[in-house]
Design a protein around this ligand. Structure first.
Ligand code: BMA
Length: 335
């Protein structure tokens, strides 16, 4: 007799250190919560507003298959969500033709110098997914800059402060070299250059072989930028989206200081394993608790719902010290 699936999964998960703890109320937001008719809600950017309210800017897919963004606000970041009664940011293909097939996967960075939130998101154009940027003070109105990285490019976030006088953007262009994380710099958020390869997908059988991308925006710690990234493993039955961890130099963020070899979080719960796209955990944002250590990580589950997991920054850094290695490009064992 075969053991029930949940038993097998629970046994497996006990072999991993519980770095990210799932909230028992998961999933915390689904399409059923929406005030208007949609297909699904997932992949939300997250931030804290000045009054302590948690704001999620959610990717909402309508029943044509096209996505827009919609804000949900909650006092405790877990329940009691107040969801905008209509889309907060709609694709506007007349003004922005690159948004013809929708806008997706926002990430939010509060930038103290601008006293604004910078939202970077995927604009789905005829040429494929590109990167667009908008500024907002309140998530009610926004100033849209349009496309800042041409297709095929996605998985972006802005660092919250300038590095050596320049804004820094992490992104994931698809090139003939593969799907790796890059960083680019700009004097004004509009013109981007000095493109540098930041983190490479490994090769062969690795969990993060061939395709990786930034997850939530980097977390600034005294030791460096702590970065969650996703690895996409192709299998005969589809892709597996899992989460890994790396640390980058504070003043030279293209320099990787430590990279974990194994993934730290992967699809295990039923709502992560089964959905419109099976086996996907996809964090897009986090908020920090007043203790300065506990983070609330909001992630899309199976492209169908939004879930929450908690982690300690100190424990993540300890794990990297114990399980990470200095990143060496083209390590012989990876090729
Ligand atoms: C990625 C993005 C995400 C999505 C994921 C899994 O390429 O499109 O929006 O969650 O695939 O389908």
């Amino acid at each position: 007799m075969t053991a029930p699936e949940t038993t097998i999964l629970n046994v497996q998960s006990t072999h991993y250190p519980p770095l990210l703890l799932r909230h028992p109320g998961n999933p915390i937001l689904t399409g059923k919560d929406w005030p208007y008719s949609i297909n699904s809600v997932f992949n939300a950017g997250a931030t804290l507003l000045p009054d302590g309210t948690t704001l999620l800017l959610c990717r909402v897919e309508d029943r044509r298959g096209l996505s827009h963004l919609c804000a949900a606000r909650s006092r405790n970041g877990v329940d009691g969500w107040q969801i905008d009664s209509e889309p907060t940011l709609m694709p506007s293909s007349r003004e922005y033709p690159e948004e013809i097939w929708g806008i997706e996967d926002p990430r939010i960075t509060f930038v103290p110098e601008l006293q604004q939130y910078v939202v970077t998101y995927t604009s789905y154009s005829r040429g494929g997914p590109g990167v667009s940027l908008a500024l907002t003070k309140d998530f009610r109105s926004s100033e849209r800059y349009g496309v800042i990285m041409s297709p095929d490019d996605k998985d972006t976030a802005l660092l919250p402060r300038r590095i050596n006088g320049y804004w820094a953007l992490i992104h994931r262009p698809m090139t003939t070299l593969g799907a790796h994380m890059w960083i680019s710099y700009s004097p004004d958020l509009r013109h981007w250059g000095r493109h540098r390869l930041m983190l490479e997908a490994r090769r062969g059988a690795w969990w993060d072989a061939n395709k990786i991308g930034l997850s939530a925006p980097p977390i600034e710690t005294s030791r460096g930028w702590l970065v969650f990234y996703h690895g996409v493993r192709q299998t005969p039955s589809g892709c597996l989206y899992r989460l890994g961890l790396a640390l980058f130099d504070l003043e030279n963020p293209e320099k990787c200081l430590l990279r974990g070899d194994s993934w730290i979080f992967g699809p295990e719960a039923e709502y992560e394993r089964r959905g419109d796209v099976d086996d996907v955990v996809f964090p897009r944002g986090y908020t920090m608790n007043p203790d300065g250590d506990t983070i609330n990580i909001y992630y899309g589950a199976a492209d169908c719902s939004i879930a929450l997991a908690r982690a300690s920054v100190r424990s993540l850094l300890d794990w990297l010290d114990a399980n990470g290695s200095r990143e060496r490009r083209h390590r012989a064992e990876d090729l």
